[in-house]
Structure formats: C-alpha cells, structure tokens
Design a protein around this ligand. Structure first.
Ligand code: NAD
Length: 463
C-alpha cells in the first residue's frame, strides 16, 4: 500500500484534534450515541458479516459483540461527566497558598489495531474509550474477518464524524505502513509475535501503547467443585467461538478424585449444547482460516491420544475435543491452543496445580471451580494473571467496571469502563501558586543560617 493513501486522512485527524473538536463533551456524547445507533440499526448486517467470516451464530454475535458494546456505551455515557472532573491534589503547608489538581487530557490521534476473533468488539470497545477520552482514532480491523471489517468501515464512515475517525482496511502491509506514522497512542490486540513488532515500531516514535495479547488460561477444578455446573460452564466457555477466544480456558487442571466425573459431565455437555454431530450445529463456528485449521490439525495429530477429534478441511471444522491424560510436557501444553481442543491434566494436591501454572507464562485469566473459601484465597494469592474468575469463566471481562488486560506475556495496559477512559487519557498536573509571599529563603545565596532555618521549617512542616 502506498504511504500517501493513509497520510491525507491522518493530517485531517490531526487538524480536527488541534481544533479541539473532540475535546467537547457534547462531541464525545454525540459520537457514542452515533456508534450506538450504528450497532442497533445495522445489527442484522453485522451478524451476517460475522457469520460470513467464520460461521458464528447471531446469538453469539449479540452476546459477545453487539450486546457487549451497547452495554459499554451506556456505561460510558452514564459516567463520562464524572470521569472528566478534575482531581484535586493536597498541597503541603510549606507550599501554601496554592491550589493543585490534575485533569485527564486526550493524547491526540490513537491507532487501534484489532484481531479477528471478536472482530467487532476488539475494534469498537477500544474506540468507545478513545472517544470518551476525547481523542481521534484510526481503526485497523483484521484482514482475517474481511466481511466484518467492511461493515465497520462502512458504518463508521456513514454514522460517525469523519473529521476525527477513520478506518483503514487491509492486512500486514497496511498495518506496517500505518506504524511508520507517528501516532500519539497505539492500542494493539493480537498475538505475542506481532505484538513485538508493533512495540518495536512504537519505540521508534516513543509512542505509549497497550498490548492485549494471548496465552494459556488455566482452569482449576478442585475436589470441592460442583462438577455438573463446572463442566457446563467450561464447555460453554471453551467451545464458544470454537475455542478462538483469548480468554477461553486453554487447559483444565482437575483434582484426581474428580477426574472421571468431570470428563463424563463435559462430554454430556458437548452433546447437550451441539448435538451428536457438532458440524451440523448452527451454534458451532468454523476455524477462521486454512492456516489456523492446519495448525490445529497438526496439534491434534501430535497429541497422539486415543480420543482424537474429527476434522473436516472443507468446512474448516474441528470438533469440540476433550483430551485427557495430558502431561505438562505434551505438545498441547507448549503454546496457546486457540481452538476447540481442551487438554485435561490431573493433579493430586493444589500446590502441584499452582506449580504447573507458575511454570508457564503469566496468563490473561485464571479460572477456579471450588466452593472452599480457603482454596479460593490460596489460588488468588499464589498465582499471577491479568484477571481471575471463580466458579465461572469469561464474565470477568463482561463487567464494565472491571479493568481488563493481561500481565507479562499476556500483555499490559487496561481497558473497559473507566480503565479504558484512563488508558487513553494523559494526566496533566496543574499547580497554581500565589504571587505573594515571596520569601528570600528559597533563593541563593544559601547561607548556613538559611539552611538551618530551612531544615527546622521542614521538620515542622514536612514536604
Ligand atoms: P490477527 O492475525 O488478526 O492480527 C492482529 C492484527 O495485527 C491484525 O489487524 C493484523 O492485520 C495486524 N498485524 C498482523 N501482522 C502485523 C505486523 N507485522 N505488524 C503490525 N500489525 C500486524 O490476530 P492474531 O494475531 O492471530 O490474534 C490472535 C491472538 O490474539 C491470540 O494469541 C489471542 O489470544 C490474542 N487475543 C488477545 C486478546 C486480548 O484481549 N488480550 C483478544 C483477542 C485475541
């Protein structure tokens, strides 16, 4: 792609920001309402685009994309005015008379690079926070969900302020060309490998950024768990989007005593949700592309376990597959699975399960099923991750008031709700002092008398 295709729009966005258009509360509110109108009026078209991309059902698209975004817009509209209030800071007596506060200022023009697995949400949820914080934005949806990408581009052009917001469709070349430009903030969602490249590009311009990456999210099923509910919830969270969810349970760690019961209940749940042949289920999506299909097929072959899942290259179908008897050294445990294969590992005591988690990279989330409060406390205090959800999965990301993001290799920075508003805002500290008094004490020459007086003063009125 030619660089000058992107440049004219960027120049327009910068101008809009310089003119202060996006700083006005009325503008922020109007754009959030316009986004809401787009999502409501074009709901059917959006659902059909996501379906065309990877056969995701309209119900799942509403639950995880449009419905979530509508909630986030309403939450933001409700709280935006209070988030914008300046924050007062206390001033030590020695600096009085003075007034100190900080305000949250927009950065300028933000680049949002989205991933394909929740193609609408991963572009528009950051956009809500970008707008709330008073910024302009360039949105780069994923090329692996081209139908959704086209709907986003069309919707944003028709419904929203083109002076301040634009969409650049395309793939790696377009993303790289964009990263040549200087943005004021970069928000990236995707794989760790590409994340490194994005960070290197951001470093060239010293641009601050957020990284929303993937990883292996463990799910512990303790001996005190309600197995039937745990099985249903794990199966739902794992096979939603055919396992192509950054927050999906990547593997299960089950207490030895409950292994057989859990395996049986999970198999029952798969049949109850998707029927005897999930290939025929309208609620079971396909794998997004050939490359990911082949990757999963290879992984399944390498696992060489007795209950292999079924695959169909023509439909890019991989059956919901539970793999038991897996050990930490197995191929399935070496990298994020990001598909409908669920390894189950057995542990004898909680320390062993926590050790397996600690030996891996920091996950985006840790899940635990246990009714024992001591176990719940132990898991929270003896592990590290972006988030934790006890006795359920995924919903920690649906609570608008909870910051969402990773830790270490699963990323850094937070968004959703107020955390998103703060991510795209830069705190600006303002101190306003009185002209008088203006004692000679602060100015050179610093005689020994002055210094000893200063020391005494600071003893009584600490800084
Ligand atoms: P992807 O291939 O859609 O890539 C993400 C974006 O990066 C796309 O817009 C793509 O065009 C762009 N891109 C690709 N190569 C690039 C390059 N060299 N330079 C700049 N941009 C480039 O998605 P993916 O990477 O396959 O995403 C899957 C990963 O994302 C998984 O690891 C998943 O766990 C993670 N993920 C994380 C979150 C989260 O919120 N933490 C959410 C969704 C997905």
């Amino acid at each position: 792609m030619q660089k000058d295709q992107v440049l004219p729009e960027l120049a327009l966005l910068r101008e809009a920001f310089q003119q202060g258009i996006t700083r006005e509360l009325t503008w922020r509110r109007s754009q959030l309402l316009a986004l809401e109108t787009f999502l409501v009026e074009r709901e059917a078209e959006i659902a059909s685009a996501v379906h065309d991309d990877f056969r995701k059902s309209a119900a799942e698209t509403f639950l995880t994309e449009t419905g979530y975004l509508l909630g986030e817009i309403r939450f933001t509209l409700k709280h935006l005015k209070s988030w914008l209030k300046p924050h007062r800071a206390s001033v030590p007596l020695i600096y009085q008379p003075a007034k100190a506060y900080y305000s949250l200022e927009p950065y300028g023009v933000v680049l949002v690079i989205g991933a394909w697995n929740y193609p609408l949400q991963l572009c528009l949820a950051p956009l809500i926070s970008v707008i709330a914080a008073g910024n302009c934005a360039v949105i780069k949806p994923s090329e692996h969900a081209p139908h959704t990408s086209a709907v986003i581009a069309d919707g944003l052009t028709r419904y929203m302020d083109r002076r301040a917001l634009c969409v650049v469709q395309g793939g790696v070349d377009e993303a790289r060309a964009l990263l040549e430009e200087q943005f004021d903030y970069i928000f990236y969602t995707g794989s760790q490998a590409v994340g490194r490249e994005v960070m290197a590009a951001a470093a060239r311009h010293l641009t601050p950024l957020t990284m929303e990456l993937g990883g292996k999210c463990p799910c512990i099923v303790d001996e005190h768990a309600d197995i039937r509910v745990a099985a249903r919830r794990i199966v739902w969270a794992k096979f939603l989007n055919a396992g192509q969810t950054c927050l999906a349970p990547d593997y299960v760690l089950v207490h030895k005593k409950r292994e057989a019961e859990l395996l049986c209940s999970m198999q029952e749940a798969i049949t109850a949700f998707y029927g005897d042949d999930p290939r025929m289920s309208p609620d079971y999506p396909s794998i997004v592309n050939e490359m990911h299909f082949r990757r999963l097929e290879t992984l399944l072959a390498a696992s060489s376990l007795p209950n292999e899942g079924q695959v169909d290259a023509g439909q890019r179908y991989v059956a919901p597959t539970i793999l038991h008897g897996v050990v930490p050294s197995s191929a399935l445990m070496q990298s994020e699975i990001f598909g409908p294969l669920l390894p189950v590992l057995v542990y004898q005591n909680l320390g062993e399960a926590l050790g397996i988690i600690r030996d891996g990279q920091e996950p985006l989330a840790i899940y635990l099923f246990s009714s024992n409060r001591d176990v719940q406390k132990l898991v929270v205090t003896h592990s590290r991750s972006g988030g934790v959800c006890i006795n359920d999965l995924l919903f920690q990301a649906a609570v608008h008031d909870l910051p969402f993001g990773g830790l270490g290799s699963s990323g850094f920075g937070r968004y959703h709700g107020k955390a998103g508003f703060e991510t795209f805002s830069s705190p600006r500290s303002i101190l306003q002092r009185a002209i008088y008094p203006d004692p000679a004490l602060r100015y050179p020459p610093y005689t020994s008398r002055k210094l000893s007086f200063l020391k005494r003063l600071i003893t009584f009125f600490p800084l």
